[in-house]
Design a binder for this molecule. Structure first.
Ligand SMILES: [Mg+2]
Length: 231
């Protein structure tokens, strides 16, 4: 970490990599399969699945293996009991863990632009092994070494304060860039870090679990490369 440079604390999922797209495509395949085996409409299945997911995210946190649990709960609600069907659904749900989400448009260009100008660090929530694999397989380890990456269970004010302390950073010398008002923007701004919101949008999917109100004002961009104009 260079002392004369400011530090940018990046979020990973839905900021640099398109995690929601992977979740959406797995959900789409699960619901379509259940729909083909039951007389419940896709829309109803979607509502039921989101309710189960909401409950299981509270219970199991951001551990992606909960998706399989949620899929199995939906199967039993729809009276799908054939072991072949359940195995097929489990195989689809495993893609959440086995597949890597792809880079979001502009991520690579933004990081290579910022790399020489700032200290770049990553603060991400999830399972350590999985987060490091996603970073490596997308070539992001060029910008974020293991020393500059911290994986936490979930992000809140205390996590940000501890993170600054750990890296001996002052909030006024940092920026946070992330998609979540609840997990990135609010806790960062509460401890005095300037934040830039990346307004992640998926064509079909909205991540209800992470929505929150905010009392802060901050810049929000629809495209990652627009961040260059703000910093
Ligand atoms: Mg995120």
């Amino acid at each position: 970490m260079k002392k004369n440079k400011k530090t940018i604390i990046f979020d990973l999922d839905d900021t640099l990599i398109d995690t929601s797209h992977l979740y959406w495509s797995v959900k789409y395949d699960i619901l379509n399969f259940i729909h083909s085996k039951s007389n419940v409409s896709y829309k109803e299945l979607d509502i039921m699945f989101e309710e189960i997911e909401h409950k299981n995210t509270i219970k199991f946190g951001y551990d992606p293996s909960r998706y399989k649990i949620s899929a199995n709960e939906l199967c039993s609600k729809c009276d799908i009991k054939d072991i072949k069907d359940i195995n097929y659904i489990n195989k689809i749900a495993d893609r959440i863990i086995l597949d890597d989400p792809k880079l979001i448009e502009g991520a690579e260009e933004l990081l290579s632009y910022l790399y020489s100008k700032y200290n770049l660090v990553l603060l991400t929530s999830g399972i350590q092994k999985l987060q490091f694999r996603k970073i490596k397989n997308n070539g992001l380890n060029r910008y974020f070494g293991e020393k500059n990456t911290k994986v936490v269970e979930k992000k809140d004010l205390k996590i940000f304060i501890d993170f600054l302390k750990e890296l001996s950073l002052l909030p006024e010398n940092c920026f946070v860039i992330g998609d979540s008002i609840k997990s990135d923007i609010n806790p960062a701004m509460e401890c005095g870090i300037k934040a830039i919101h990346y307004n992640y949008k998926h064509e079909y999917y909205e991540w209800e679990q992470d929505k929150a109100e905010t009392q802060y004002s901050f810049n929000s961009v629809d495209k990652l490369l627009d961040i260059k104009e703000i910093l």
